[in-house]
Design a protein around this ligand. Structure first.
Ligand SMILES: [Zn+2]
Ligand SMILES: [Zn+2]
Ligand SMILES: [Zn+2]
Length: 344
């Protein structure tokens, strides 16, 4: 593929202005032209504050975390030593400012839920010197895999003891939570209230913000799996942390991306050679290189900004100076970062 860094950067920076947020090109390091470099540097060092309804990224790691549980690979050892190289498990918050009380919803309750709540303190009115028993306005779950719902346990009697906190889930996931401990206890003791969603139907979160779940194919042992389309007054953001490879989808995935202008997408693995000895057909996620091929024309046209999340510890793109990261940025895509805010 021919590199067109300035053209790509210009088109995405134009979109950046339109989106009111930092976009993937804001981190592109290979624009040779001075003006483009300076613009990118300005955006990198002084990200534009997003003040209206927005999505805030709370972590980008795959379920096992970074450092990954039990791992002594070089990347995990480095992440254990240096917090700047570590990441919480993939999650994001939807923040809707309001005069009295900002509404805050969290997408997935990860194993790092406790730390991720602390990343939202600036938009909450914590009671001083005590536990905030109502730290959120709701939790939106994608599915019942370890990294996506175990954090619900913190809502129970042993920890925060929330009162009827809305937890959005598909009927199958809601049934699983209602029928199996320890989750059943959260329901019985009314720490949470299950809000059953219908895929394809929007749930209002605030006056001008809604979340629409869309079914996506994935390993569905205990629940089905959804992505969320988050719609605000200006933009639509897709949160799609976990899915099967695009070729295993029953239907064309592109119409889902055409509903939004920003996408946070499953970036578990970069390419097939990342997993020696594993057959490509055994890998349960779209590879980053496949996702870039799928979405390249939309990114090039400035119609879509793509940020990768749910990144496995084995993924070389986690290294800022890797060939994988350079290729991602050259193509106009990017890894999301904790704290990144995207206007809705
Ligand atoms: Zn996952
Ligand atoms: Zn590792
Ligand atoms: Zn999963």
């Amino acid at each position: 593929m021919i590199a067109r860094p300035l053209a790509r950067l210009s088109s995405v920076l134009a979109m950046s202005a339109a989106l009111g947020c930092r976009t993937p090109a804001a981190t592109t390091p290979h624009a040779s032209e001075t003006a483009a470099r300076e613009t990118a540097a300005r955006e990198t060092t002084a990200p534009q504050a997003v003040t209206g309804p927005r999505v805030r990224v709370l972590g980008i790691a795959q379920d096992g975390g970074l450092p990954h549980a039990g791992c002594s690979c070089d990347r995990c050892v480095a992440a254990a030593r240096d917090p700047a190289r570590a990441s919480f498990v993939s999650s994001a918050a939807v923040i809707v400012p309001a005069p009295q009380h900002d509404a805050v919803f969290v997408l997935d309750a990860t194993v790092d839920f406790r730390e991720q709540l602390a990343l939202l303190r600036d938009v909450r009115d914590d009671p001083p010197g005590g536990v905030d028993r109502a730290p959120l306005d709701g939790v939106l779950l994608t599915h019942a895999h370890v990294g996506h719902y175990l954090g619900l346990a913190f809502l129970g009697f042993e920890a925060i003891a929330t009162r009827e906190l809305p937890v959005f889930a598909t009927p199958r996931l809601a049934t699983y939570l209602r029928d199996n401990g320890p989750w059943a206890q959260l329901v019985a003791q009314r720490n949470i209230t299950l809000v059953e969603t219908t895929p394809g139907t929007a749930s209002p979160l605030a006056a001008d913000v809604s979340a629409t779940p869309w079914r996506v194919p994935h390993r569905d042992e205990y629940s089905d799996t959804v992505a969320y389309e988050l719609a605000g007054p200006h933009h639509r953001v897709l949160f799609l942390p976990d899915t099967a490879p695009w070729r295993r989808w029953d239907s064309d995935p592109l119409p889902l991306f055409d509903r939004v202008d920003v996408a946070l997408v499953d970036g578990t693995f970069y390419a097939a050679d990342e997993l020696p000895g594993r057959n490509l057909d055994d890998i349960g996620h779209p590879l980053m290189v496949e996702t870039m091929d799928l979405l390249q024309s939309r990114v090039d046209a400035g119609r879509l900004a793509v940020w990768f999340i749910h990144v496995n510890h084995s993924n070389p793109a986690l290294e800022p100076d890797s060939a994988a990261r350079r290729e991602i940025e050259r193509r106009g895509f990017a890894l999301a970062t904790t704290g990144l805010e995207l206007a809705l």
